[in-house]
Design a protein around this ligand. Sequence first.
Ligand code: HEC
Length: 221
Amino acid sequence: MNTNHERRHSSRRSRFVEVAVTTGIAFIAPPALGLPGGIAGYSGAQGVDCTSCHTPVPEGPLATVEVIDVATGLSDPSMVEVGSTRSFMVRISGGPAVVCGFDVSTQGIGELVPSASDSGVRAQQGELTHTMPRSFSKDATCEFAFDWQAPISPTQDPVILYAAGNSANGNQSNSGDAIATTTHAIEVVPEPSSQHLAVAAIAALGIARRPWERRRQPSSP
Ligand code: HEC
């Protein structure tokens, strides 16, 4: 009897510890910048998204998030040459549609970089997120622009850009918002051969010049 009670008690305690630890992680992870200022790690790439904290209104309007390749204007999969930079846009629609926020991740493949055309985007842990909630435009969409630089060699599989968007009600809390997630495939393709040759030639020149430069430099002590 006693043992049974104890066992029950201790299992309840370990459940408590488990919950505390899980919740603890969720609340320690955000940076000192503060929650309205965006958050990395919740794009869906790591198996969690904004619904970890944002509770949708049951039967409320659903949100949609799209990743648009600015070069094509489409949300179809992209083809990007090795080492080159492509502009993308995250477009959020539906939901309460007062303010929005986002998080995108390529799981560290290539480089996500804030674009000069959108100062409301910041980098965090290799991902990009909003600097502050953004108001929806009159056409009931909310967009963030950013760039992605492809790796210097082709990847075996397409790179997956994970995106999470929040169409929020602007109540400065995590209640009554609508979260949507999507993925966008990017095929990293070799550059055209003429360009490839030009780059190789420049690289060769660079290599050829370096020993000459070294000879001209005074020898170090
Ligand atoms: C760890 C918990 C947590 C996670 C995860 C989280 N948020 Fe939040 N978010 C909050 C809290 C708490 C607030 C309210 C804070 C405030 O405004 O002072 C908030 C506020 C917001 C707001 C303003 C909401 C409004 O109605 O005014 C936006 C937009 C937002 N978050 C976007 C996101 C997005 C996008 C994600 C996922 C990529 C995300 N959040 C993930 C906790 C979180």
